[in-house]
Design a protein around this ligand. Structure first.
Ligand SMILES: C[S@@+](CC[C@H](N)C(=O)[O-])C[C@H]1O[C@@H](n2cnc3c(N)ncnc32)[C@H](O)[C@@H]1O
Length: 226
């Protein structure tokens, strides 16, 4: 009966690898604990809203507004915390830059960004998600993190007061093109970070770098508005 031994060895190997990856991503133990706290608090909110498997359809709410149509996301997804933190640490962006997450959901990406940037804003369309994300924020003790319950495609919405604009993909149908048009409204020098998805097809965005994290099947692209 050597099966259990093999399984244990595999499980041990996987655990060791996961631990080594976590150590590489987090700068120190305090950061690792904070990431763990974000995962627990935001993860619990995702489960309670039934987002992990069900999307938001059952709330009867619009999930995506794309100007001429409404779309529902089949499955809610959120930024993987460890690769995101590692990317941010290695990107060497000044802490004083103003950061916004377009479609901030239950705040995973924003909360990690708040570990680095002093000025962080989340913009979330869905009122149920936005209200719940306020609770997530408060439980994480990040009361200065701004949350707007707004449509970032809205006509009165502008991006020119931000220095770092983040968005998690995938986006659907005509969403991507609208998103690029919206990103054109950033001021020159703005850093644009996209998680997964395609690069903006436009010469107005200078490519800076991309990092792929195979463990999570996730990559981040960074551009600069010219
Ligand atoms: C895939 S989730 C990403 C959550 C978060 N950025 C993260 O990575 O942890 C996308 C979120 O964008 C929101 N959203 C979609 N269209 C939006 C719009 N036009 N304006 C504001 N939020 C929007 C959805 O309601 C959803 O919560």
């Amino acid at each position: 009966m050597n099966m259990p031994a093999t399984n244990n060895a595999t499980a041990y190997g996987r655990l060791t690898q996961a631990f080594q990856f976590a150590r590489k991503c987090a700068g120190d133990a305090r950061e690792l604990i904070k990431l763990q706290q974000i995962a627990l608090v935001a993860g619990q909110a995702e489960r309670e809203l039934g987002l992990q498997f069900g999307g938001l359809k059952h709330y009867g709410r619009i999930l995506f507004l794309t100007g001429d149509s409404e779309q529902h996301l089949p499955v809610y997804q959120s930024t993987p915390l460890l690769p995101w933190w590692r990317f941010l640490r290695e990107a060497n962006l000044s802490r004083g830059l103003r950061f916004i997450d377009l479609g901030s959901g239950l705040l995973k990406a924003c909360a990690v960004a708040r570990m680095h940037f002093k000025d962080v804003t989340g913009c979330e369309l869905n009122p149920v998600v936005a209200a719940r994300s306020v609770k997530v924020r408060d439980r994480l003790g990040m009361k200065d993190l701004r949350i707007m319950n707004r449509d970032f495609f809205g006509e009165d919405f502008t991006l020119n007061e931000y220095d770092v604009v983040y968005a998690y993909y995938p986006f659907y149908l005509n969403y991507e093109e609208l998103m690029y048009r919206r990103l054109m409204g950033t001021k020159p020098g703005t850093k644009i970070i996209l998680c997964n998805g395609n690069p903006p097809p436009n010469s107005q965005f200078r490519y800076l770098n991309a990092t792929y994290y195979p463990r999570h099947g996730t990559f981040f692209h960074m551009y600069e508005k010219t």
